[in-house]
Write a protein that binds this ligand. Structure first.
Ligand code: COA
Ligand code: AMP
Length: 631
């Protein structure tokens, strides 16, 4: 079958298409139908089915004779170790952890926060929650205590599962003090914490509240899988919105299973027994869908890589992992390739490795620039597949579905819409635009299985953020166009979200942190172009009159403030003090114009500007910071 046939099969009978896809999942009670639209424009999938995620990701493969196959390979250049866990071992480990959580009172529907680095125990914690029907929320290790506290207060977890430490090149990330601070800061207190003590650092436990990973499981009865309804959330994953309050994306169990299973074969060309590697982090959606759940649901082997594309120990690490573990499909962010390319432009290190197992390289998380794609194609001699999706959707909106057929690659485009997604480019009034015209990218409702039905505790915000602007559509927040062949081109965000090294960050959240500095009267944060990370945040600060600190001191404070409150992952290092911010007469800050000046792009004086001279001052401040950057 060709892609067009598959897409048309979905268009002509969406219900039949998804019911057929659902047959690849083991249901305790099969769903009577796929779509539940009685609360439109809020939609649910497979609500009346009964199913368990952990069963489908682990137990069923043991039952099918894959018990001795590796489920997880942990490859950790930062600890100089590699270890494998078979499906049978994984089943025992997860059932034991779930049993211990259950013995401490964790039940179906309870929330559990997971704050862990790239170790197999992170996946085991996720699966143990899913086994019980508890709803996990993984928080990325690069976030600071305050961000963790915000998430604790929003999802009110019964338990928190953490590790003693993470390992970043050159430093140990002390998770436990971050966790303790976060719990101190949060209004809600978890009943208990489980701490996986790593040998690189043993954390101090608080008696009565904290339990060590192994002793906690001593003598417990392993837990069986608890069936849940298809619409029961398997997890909540927080992502950046336009304010400091992150959005809790809810992932429903049934649709998640069906969509990921479908995507593994059809998009990534992966079947049971194959080796799949997504070099991301369990704290991001890529880590949820394609380090943990997708490959395991498909019965494949997944790689948990604890390292960086460069420096651990060199720019050949990715190629070594592909060779050593015989990776068939590999997924990473363009920024990681740019980092490798910068260190090894001629790809000399790649020649040291035998990568015959590899079929294709997949890129997502940010716009894939043509230079990087062409470089990777040349180094690997393989298809390089850009694909586009978001935390909200959980799987690709647009891709080149290699498992169905390899469509011609058009560099700069993540290719075409996947079944389930009717993608339209709209004008401000919500009318579809002709091919080639730039507009807001929206998806006709309902979104397919696996996508978010709502935001945790925030249905109104869900409606307002995604459904209100273009009635009948889901607003992606991305702008771009479609060409005459239906290929999509994703050009920019339409909101205040920026993308730094493939990480989604909110400039609004950073502005809130900066505005909290006692000497800052007003501020703006924009994303400026960066050759390695795609974008970097840059802050403009207006100070209160009479402040005793020098501008340099305030800038230093502000950089530290963002690192302490949001985390190192914000990569906030560029800031300057200015007298005024450029605004429209109605007081709106002209961020888009500031971005154009910083990036050295042509720009027009906005007709609504209050005082044109302010832009000259901004240009001067940018010049002092070295922007526009050369080249
Ligand atoms: N825990 C704690 N800190 C973390 C962290 C984690 N899990 N991940 C990143 N950080 C820290 C880094 O140590 C760094 O701290 P520093 O300011 O003290 O140096 C900071 O957050 C910024 O990290 P990052 O943006 O990743 O920059 P980097 O300079 O360390 O590395 C790259 C640059 C390109 C190598 C790296 O960003 C990378 O591998 N990117 C790929 C991203 C990716 O896979 N994204 C997933 C989306 S699909
Ligand atoms: P996240 O929710 O962190 O996965 O970030 C999603 C956002 O990253 C999207 O809305 C896009 O802005 C951007 N993005 C992800 N993949 C791509 C891609 N292939 N091309 C362009 N932008 C992308």
């Amino acid at each position: 079958m060709a892609y067009q046939d598959v897409y048309q099969a979905w268009q002509s009978d969406p219900e039949g298409f998804w019911m057929q896809a659902a047959e690849a999942i083991d249901w305790t009670r099969p769903p009577s139908k796929a779509l539940f639209d009685d609360k439109a424009p809020l939609y649910e999938w497979f609500c009346d089915g009964q199913v368990n995620t952990c069963w489908n990701a682990v137990d069923r493969h043991v039952l099918a004779g894959r018990g001795e196959q590796l489920a997880i390979i942990h490859d950790s250049p930062v600890t100089h170790s590699t270890k494998g866990i078979t499906y049978r071992e994984l089943q025992a480990r997860v059932a034991s952890l779930a049993g211990a959580l259950r013995a401490k009172g964790v039940e179906k529907g309870d929330r559990v926060i997971i704050y862990m680095p790239m170790i197999p125990e992170a996946l085991e914690a996720m699966l143990a929650c899913a086994r019980l029907g508890a709803i996990h929320s993984v928080v990325f290790g690069g976030f600071a205590a305050h961000e963790l506290a915000v998430r604790i207060d929003d999802c009110e977890p019964k338990a928190i599962i953490a590790a003693s430490c993470g390992i970043e090149p050159g430093r140990v990330v002390h998770y436990k003090p971050l966790l303790d601070n976060a719990i101190d800061m949060a209004r809600h207190k978890p009943s208990f914490c489980v701490i996986h003590q790593r040998e690189q650092e043993v954390a101090k436990l608080i008696e009565g509240r904290d339990f060590a990973w192994h002793t906690f499981q001593y003598g417990v009865e392993p837990a069986d899988c608890v069936p849940v309804s298809g619409d029961h959330p398997v997890y909540i994953l927080y992502t950046s919105g336009t304010t400091g309050q992150p959005k809790g994306v809810v992932r429903p169990t049934g649709g998640h299973l069906v969509a990921l299973q479908w995507s593994m074969k059809n998009i990534y060309n992966i079947e049971a027994g194959d080796v799949f590697w997504a070099a991301s982090d369990v704290g991001w959606v890529v880590g949820h869908s394609y380090i943990c759940y997708g490959p395991l649901i498909a019965g494949a082997t997944t790689i948990v890589f604890e390292g960086k594309p460069v420096g651990t120990p060199d720019a050949g690490t990715f190629w070594r992992v592909i060779q050593n573990h015989k990776v068939k499909s590999f997924f990473t962010a363009p920024t990681a390739l740019r980092a490798i390319k910068r260190e090894d432009p001629a790809g000399i290190l790649a020649r040291d490795y035998n990568m015959r197992s590899l079929g294709a390289l997949y890129l997502a998380g940010e716009r894939a620039d043509p230079d990087t794609i062409l470089w990777a194609q040349q180094i690997l001699g393989l298809p390089v597949i850009d694909h586009w999706w978001q935390t909200e959707t959980g799987w690709a909106i647009a891709a080149n579905p290699l498992g169905i057929e390899e469509l011609p690659v058009k560099i700069g485009s993540p290719s075409v819409a996947m079944p389930g997604y009717d993608v339209q480019v709209l004008d401000e009034g919500g009318h579809p635009l002709p091919a080639g015209e730039l507009g807001a990218i929206a998806v006709k409702l309902p979104l397919p299985p696996g996508t978010l039905p709502t935001l945790w505790n925030a249905e109104e915000r869900f409606r307002k953020s995604y459904l209100a602007h273009f009635p009948g559509y889901y607003e992606t927040g991305d702008a771009g166009y479609k060409d005459a062949d239906g290929y999509l081109y994703i050009m920019a965000r339409t909101d205040d979200v920026i993308n730094v090294a493939g990480h989604r960050l909110s400039t609004g959240a950073m502005e809130e942190v900066l505005a909290g500095h006692p000497d800052v009267a007003e501020c703006a944060v924009i994303g400026v172009g960066d050759a390695l990370k795609g974008q970097l945040p840059m802050g403009f600060l207006c100070l209160n009159k009479g402040t005793e600190k020098t501008p340099e001191q305030v800038v230093k404070d502000c950089v530290k403030r963002v690192r302490d409150q949001i985390g190192p992952v914000a990569a906030f290092k560029l800031a300057c003090v200015v007298d005024r911010l450029p605004k429209t007469r109605s007081g709106k800050i002209l961020r888009a114009t500031m971005v154009k000046i910083a990036d050295g792009e042509p720009w027009k004086m906005p007709a609504t500007i209050d005082d044109p001279a302010v832009l000259d001052e901004i240009a001067g401040a940018l010049k002092a910071l070295g922007y526009p950057a050369e080249g």
